[in-house]
Design a protein around this ligand. Structure first.
Ligand SMILES: C[S@@+](CC[C@H](N)C(=O)[O-])C[C@H]1O[C@@H](n2cnc3c(N)ncnc32)[C@H](O)[C@@H]1O
Ligand SMILES: *[C@@H]1O[C@H](CO)[C@@H](O)[C@H](O)[C@H]1NC(C)=O
Ligand SMILES: *[C@@H]1O[C@H](CO)[C@@H](O)[C@H](O)[C@H]1NC(C)=O
Length: 227
């Protein structure tokens, strides 16, 4: 089971996502990762089993989260983290990562000067892993990982927000962010853009792409998009 590569898991994850996914993401993933057709079939079959196990058994902490709001853990690549950091350049102060996984975005943000850097993550094992990474990097105690449901976090004080989630939850998250974030907040989305928003900037290409949204611009010029 451990021989399933992260790429396989990733492509299964993407294949299971619903139609909110931009074509370019699929176009980018399809050809490169899999070798022969036989290998592809085995990989797809095993990948699906691993994925099912992941969601059903290995995704603890999510029992109270409705199935359609569940997002599996897919860590950001180095390039994705860099693109997010590019879009945050020039900003300072605190940073909030919604669904922080193993904490790589929070930790990198802290190392680039964001304080306090906070990650919200429901999976207790990932919270532990994130703290371990912070400890190994010598930054334990300077970054926070909170085991909380991101849907219940009060975001009214957050101004620099990063999200790496699935397209299925992004439209609902749009509403929460619009309702709670202050005007001078910047939201950076990785891998998938928000479905109804116009980004102020983007960075990178394909799966590594990241999108930055200014709340002020969204509220100013796209009233038709928020219902
Ligand atoms: C695609 S991963 C991204 C992880 C990390 N931000 C990164 O970029 O490497 C999404 C993470 O969000 C977490 N998550 C999903 N729904 C959540 C919720 N309602 N509250 C807190 N965390 C959640 C998952 O456990 C998963 O670790
Ligand atoms: C987010 O960035 C802005 C602009 O640089 C900064 O003023 C603010 O303090 C930052 N953090 C928080 C938590 O608002
Ligand atoms: C969130 O916090 C702000 C200020 O701390 C408060 O005014 C607001 O009522 C809170 N909102 C919710 C939904 O709890």
């Amino acid at each position: 089971m451990l021989c399933i590569s992260a790429e396989t898991l990733k492509s299964r994850f993407l294949a299971d996502m619903d139609d909110g996914t931009p074509d370019e993401v699929f176009a980018d993933l399809k050809p490169k990762n899999l070798g022969g057709w036989g290998v592809a079939q085995i990989a797809a079959g095993t990948g699906l089993a691993v994925y099912a196990m992941w969601v059903g058994i290995l995704q603890p902490g999510f029992r109270k989260v409705p199935l359609r709001l569940q997002v599996p853990y897919i860590p950001a690549s180095k390039a994705q983290v860099e693109n997010v950091m590019m879009l945050l350049r020039g900003r300072a102060g605190g940073l909030t990562d919604l669904g922080s996984g193993d904490g790589r975005i929070v930790l990198t943000a802290h190392q680039r000067g964001f304080t306090p850097a906070v990650g919200y993550e429901l999976n207790p094992w990932l919270v532990r892993l994130a703290r371990y990474h912070a400890w190994r990097a010598g930054h334990l105690g300077k970054v926070s990982y909170l085991r909380e449901d991101l849907w219940k976090v009060n975001l009214t004080e957050c101004k620099n927000v990063t999200v790496f989630l699935a397209p299925s939850v992004l439209s609902l998250l749009q509403e929460k962010l619009l309702a709670e974030l202050p005007d001078d907040a910047l939201v950076v989305a990785g891998r998938f853009p928000f479905p109804d928003w116009t980004p102020s900037r983007t960075e990178g290409q394909g799966v590594d792409r990241a999108w930055a949204y200014s709340m002020k611009e969204l509220r100013g010029c796209s009233q038709k998009n928020d219902e």
